[in-house]
Design a binder for this molecule. Sequence first.
Ligand code: LAQ
Length: 332
Amino acid sequence: MEFKPEIIYSQSFNPWYNLALEEYLLNGVSDNEVILYLWQNDNTVVVGRNQNAWKECRCKLLEEEGGKLARRLSGGGAVYHDLGNLNFTFLMKDSLYDLKHQLNVILNAVKMAGIEAEFSGRNDLVVQGKKFSGNAFYKAKGSSYHHGTILVNSDFSKLMRYLQVSSDKIRSKGVDSVRARVINLKEVNPDINIEKMKKLMEESFIKAYGDNIETSPEEINPEKLPELDKLYQKYSSWEWRYGRTPEFDIKLVNRFDWGGIELNLALKNGVITESTIYSDAMESDLIRKIASSLKGVPFRFGDINNRLTGLKEEEGKNIIDDLLTWLKNKIS
Ligand SMILES: Nc1ncnc2c1ncn2[C@@H]1O[C@H](COP(=O)(O)OC(=O)CCCC[C@@H]2CCSS2)[C@@H](O)[C@H]1O
């Protein structure tokens, strides 16, 4: 079958827009088309479809430092993106999907930069035994995508900083990330940069899929495309990014002047469904009231703050203030 290869670049560094465009392209891919979509996100953690955002990422810190949390459709673990990282997505109908062929596009692109890399067998591409590309997959309604990262010169201090597992005790049904030793391609070949990597990907893609190619720097205005806009609303929503976390329990422990607290929460769709507090504080009625008032509240500081502030009329104001100060530093 004759392929219709196409290369699309996103002009945006916003992960919610870029993921929306990826899904939009998937929904619209035609029978003989193979799209290579190249995109970058600035200061972003992307968690897998079935991951616990609170566990996998120091989301509060990330957001305070201007970063964004995103959730993708594909499975797998959490990765960090900045402008030193290039993302690629191959999109096509299921019949044209060929993982080996797609992986060879990346392997040949880096080979042209003098870098010998290989597929690790567990969805990673590695050089010198260290990972520079994590890959993940998605399939729906007869169409598929395979996407991945390419670390060219990312900031690893930030990568480590944001991808730390939470120190709070979380019992979750979701998928855990598989920590790996990472490497930037620039460490292997100092001449390589993002622009060159894009050119190499383009060249390698054309070699693999033919030169009857169309390229378009995609600058679609989502407001003019209701379907894309709808996807953007989904990817940017708290309900998708945090709320889609699989059910989990979390235990938050702290000691205050007035006593110790062990806050046990059960969460579904990011909303507190059960809440129990164990405490040796004198004000046991108030503590019980606090626990029961948290039921039904999204696990989000603003909502918890509203709910607990509503209890403040009564005595024990300092207890509520202390709890809020503590939680403010924990929950985004
Ligand atoms: N950008 C990037 N590239 C490669 N490896 C990374 C990156 N960021 C973090 N890591 C390392 O991978 C593990 C997680 O590995 P794990 O195998 O758990 O997850 C993945 O690889 C998922 C890849 C998803 C690719 C998508 C493509 C477009 S949107 S995101 C993490 O703990 C770090 O050690």
